[in-house]
Ligand binder design. Structure first.
Ligand SMILES: NC(=O)c1ccc[n+]([C@@H]2O[C@H](COP(=O)([O-])OP(=O)(O)OC[C@H]3O[C@@H](n4cnc5c(N)ncnc54)[C@H](O)[C@@H]3O)[C@@H](O)[C@H]2O)c1
Ligand SMILES: [Fe+2]
Length: 382
């Protein structure tokens, strides 16, 4: 056995903990802070508890709130410029995966030693980076514990920067911030987190016992709380379980990488601006059914956690799980298929060609996905 395992140095779980964000920064020597967030997080008032302490402690503070979902290169460049202009020595990513991913790249690029165009791919970013705290406000991407930032580089392509340098110094999990997350965002981001755990557990490359433990515990928390989080979003225990589940899934997949569901979801997000979580939700059933021959034993193990009591052979249990998970988005009030988000059979060939560019992810699939397979999978997902 041989594997490396990387994670965020310090993970703090604290209800209401955002109120002491400035204190955490002062403890780590920060003086000039840039908070990176998006307009939705700002207008939901999620920074209101955190901001007063910055003034009390005499920190210099700028807020960049122009992050867009599935952030394009231009957003990252603007945020880096602001960090340089205010001589930031500490970056905070405060929001969903989009805000956290931008913050990670700002921390890396603001020192001016590396350029975004040079760091795409695995292990290209070398650092140094500025100090970095990530505060998730969705229970989804797990970006606060991953070595990854995803950038939308064109109307059809998303690229990843993957490097241990992108792990923050601190991940602060304050479930109170997620209490008001709307039901459709809760559902989509929650399914994204489940996909992280499922793909980490079944990945062809770098599967390891630590990620396996994390993926299974993540699925216990996520599957056990997702419906309640969508239907009864003001329950702090449910929200905390989701936030922790998403974090554990992030720890799993950053070491045992995601595969076909993400590879086929990215072109949907890039071309049709369907949210990352929903794109994944729509491809989950078809990709799982496609993988059953190779992955039925692993799916059956996960089935006993996600939907205890599945019966029959491991292949039969895997098929029941794929059907259940394939229907989850629709059950939770999201779209049931690609047609409902405006994608038709005319788009399928183009999407399949786009998906073939996701070689970083496709190499992890338990079953090889060819162009013809990708086309068939998109058709099945219509
Ligand atoms: N770095 C990684 O490891 C990783 C993994 C998976 C996905 N991603 C990337 O993350 C991005 C998706 O992130 P996401 O799914 O968290 O969504 P997001 O960050 O794009 O946020 C979605 C929406 O939810 C709103 N929102 C966030 N928190 C809220 C709250 N508590 N209350 C009310 N509204 C809130 C935001 O304003 C935004 O409008 C994509 O770019 C995806 O590619 C990154
Ligand atoms: Fe994801």
């Amino acid at each position: 056995m041989q594997f490396d395992f990387h994670s965020t140095h310090s993970i703090i779980v604290e209800r209401g903990g955002s109120a002491n964000l400035a204190k955490r920064i002062v403890e780590r020597g920060g003086k000039s802070v840039l908070i990176v967030t998006d307009p939705g997080v700002l207008s939901a008032g999620l920074l209101n508890k955190a901001l007063p302490q910055f003034k009390e402690l005499g920190l210099s503070l700028q807020v960049f709130s122009d992050v867009e979902a599935d952030p394009p290169v231009s957003v990252i460049e603007s945020a880096v410029k602001l960090a340089q202009k205010c001589s930031a020595d500490f970056i905070v990513g405060f929001g969903g995966g989009s805000s956290m991913d931008v913050a990670k790249l700002v921390a890396l690029l603001a020192p001016g030693k590396e350029k975004l165009g040079d760091v795409y791919g695995i292990g290209m970013a070398k650092g140094p980076r500025l100090s970095l705290i990530l505060v998730p406000t969705t229970a989804g991407t797990g970006s606060e514990v991953t070595t990854i930032s995803i950038v939308t580089v064109s109307e059809s392509e998303k690229k990843g920067v993957v490097s241990p340098k992108l792990l923050p110094d601190v991940a602060l999990l304050d479930a109170e911030l997620t209490l008001g997350l709307p039901p459709h965002v809760t559902a989509a981001t929650g399914i994204d987190a489940m996909v992280h755990a499922i793909e980490a557990f079944t990945t062809k490359r770098l599967k390891n016992p630590v990620s396996d433990c994390l993926a299974k515990e993540a699925l216990r928390l996520l599957a056990g709380n997702l419906h309640a989080a969508v239907n009864k979003g003001n329950d702090i225990v449910v929200r905390e379980n989701m936030l922790l589940g998403a974090c554990l899934a992030g720890m799993a997949f950053t070491n045992a990488p995601v595969a076909g569901v993400h590879a086929l979801a990215y072109p949907i997000g890039a071309r049709f601006h369907v949210s990352h979580g929903l794109s994944n939700s729509l491809m989950l059933g078809p990709v799982m059914r496609f993988n059953i021959e190779q992955a039925h034993g692993m799916y059956a193990q996960l089935g006993q956690i996600i939907k205890p009591g599945l019966q029959g052979s491991t292949t039969e249990q895997a098929a029941q799980l794929a059907d259940y998970l394939g229907g989850l988005a629709g059950d939770l009030g999201l779209a049931k298929g690609l047609l409902e988000v405006g994608i038709t059979s005319d788009d399928v060939d183009q999407l399949a060609r786009d998906a073939m560019l996701q070689t970083r992810l496709l190499q992890n699939s338990p079953r090889e996905i060819t162009l013809a397979d990708a086309t068939a999978l998109y058709k099945e997902a219509l």
